[in-house]
Design a protein around this ligand. Structure first.
Ligand code: C2O
Ligand code: CU
Length: 447
């Protein structure tokens, strides 16, 4: 890695604040066709991010990003995925517990102009999940150009929470981009080997967004959909907000916090009481970048209050705490020298095996390098797991819930309890997408 590239990444560390001139886009909710089939097409598009010239993009069923798919637990889903791009792609359901054939990892390629139909029965609790492409060595580029969308799993037990889509229940897909001098997302020119970052914050694909909210309890479902940026979010007035859900489900109770960290691919649902503010407020990243100003006005549409009943019955049992470590996973390296347990990804190699329905403890260690090392967001396909400990200590309260991705700092050791409910070959990898594409990925065979 040369000095210039290092400099380039640092220059992109700070996000520009939003000028607030554009209303935040709210993704459409995808309806199935008359036969109950959902249709998703990966396609090319363009967006006028800048007045001078439109930007060429990718999107699902549109120009950039995709619709929200809303499923309920127990529902049988059929999705027909069409690839209208000029290159191979796959569609991975991040956080869904599905069989290998439906998972959409790098083995389930859809050729250009081809379609693939996947079916699965949803069998997991209410959560905010997402989908994105996962083709071998090309994931970072395709996500960067705009391919990603949300999946909600709904239940009918949480109706006391704000749940009017786009009014008091709002998705926020956080991403960052840079553009070439001719306003393009030309990945080969903009990429950084240690994770591509940009100074421009996009939320739901909107540059310079503003969000109009009402003076009431409001739920934000936040996805870090960036290639490589770790966000640290808070409110500009330092007010307290409450996290109510992790990647894979609700926390047992709201966790009061002033600052929320999200590494790439992680999700958090938070509640903010906008009735308490008399001054302008914004969502801020890293203490300085006002990435989403809020205007608070209009009629109150809900009479929701902070929940007092338990939201979930998540638990880590004594038995799980006493399980021996079954798998040791060592993350190491930077830029294109990244590896897991000393190896780069090989699609023909099975790295680990595990029995279906059997809980194992995986110990993930982030081994420092001569530069000190960096945070890696670690993700496993096809499962929601429990974080047992971080360096032997109890993890923070907002990690006492189902997870499919977590940040691991340099020299940190994290134990997780992992169970698979479906058979197949599943990826586990760093969700810094450039690291993933450079081979910081391996596979576990479940049978
Ligand atoms: Cu979000 Cu292997 O992916
Ligand atoms: Cu990494």
């Amino acid at each position: 890695m040369d000095g210039m590239m290092m400099a380039m990444n640092q220059e992109n560390d700070v996000l520009k604040s939003s000028t607030g001139v554009n209303e935040l886009a709210i993704p459409a909710i995808l309806q199935p066709d008359i036969d109950g089939i959902y249709h998703i097409t990966a396609q090319q598009g363009e967006i006028p991010f800048f007045a001078q010239q439109p930007t060429q993009t990718y999107g699902y069923n549109g120009n950039f990003l995709g619709p929200v798919l809303r499923f309920t637990n127990g529902e049988k889903i059929t999705v027909k995925i069409t690839n209208a791009l000029a290159e191979e792609t796959t569609l991975h359901w991040h956080g869904l517990e599905v069989a290998e054939m439906a998972d959409g990892g790098p083995h389930q390629v859809i050729a250009p102009q081809e379609s693939k139909t996947v079916s699965y029965t949803v069998s997991q609790q209410a959560a905010t999940l997402w989908f994105h492409p996962h083709p071998l060595n090309k994931t970072a580029e395709q996500v960067f150009k705009g391919l990603a969308g949300l999946v909600y799993i709904d239940d009918d037990q949480h109706n006391n929470l704000p749940n009017t889509y786009g009014v008091d229940d709002i998705p926020l897909i956080l991403q960052d981009r840079n553009f070439t001098d001719d306003f393009q997302l030309d990945y080969s020119k903009l990429k950084n080997d240690d994770g591509t970052k940009g100074q421009y914050s996009l939320i739901n694909g909107t540059l310079n967004p503003v969000l109009h909210v009402r003076p009431q309890l409001t739920r934000l479902r936040i996805l870090n959909g960036s290639n490589a940026r770790n966000y640290t979010l808070h409110l500009s007035n330092r007010a307290t907000f409450y996290q109510i859900a992790t990647d894979g489900g609700f926390l047992n109770e709201p966790v009061a916090m002033q600052s929320l960290k999200l590494s790439p691919a992680e999700r958090a649902e938070i509640l903010i009481d906008f009735s308490q503010f008399n001054e302008p407020v914004a969502l801020v990243n890293d203490m300085m970048s006002e990435i989403l100003p809020f205007t608070i006005a209009g009629e109150v549409t809900n009479n929701k209050t902070l929940p007092t009943e338990p939201l979930n019955n998540f638990a880590i049992t004594d038995e799980e705490r006493q399980l021996p470590v079954n798998k040791k996973i060592e993350l190491y390296g930077m830029a294109d020298f990244v590896e897991i347990n000393g190896k780069k990804f090989d699609p023909e190699r099975i790295d680990e095996t595990q029995k279906i329905h059997v809980t194992e403890v995986w110990e993930i260690y982030n081994k420092p390098d001569m530069m000190g090392g960096m945070v890696h967001p670690f993700h496993i396909h096809g499962t929601q797991f429990k974080i047992l400990s971080r360096n032997g200590e109890t993890p923070p309260a907002n990690e006492y819930g189902w997870k499919d991705t977590f940040a691991i700092a340099s020299d940190e050791r994290v134990k997780i309890a992992v169970t698979f409910e479906h058979k197949g070959i599943y990826m586990y990898h760093c969700h810094n997408l450039e690291h993933e594409d450079f081979g910081m990925m391996a596979q576990v065979k479940v049978d």
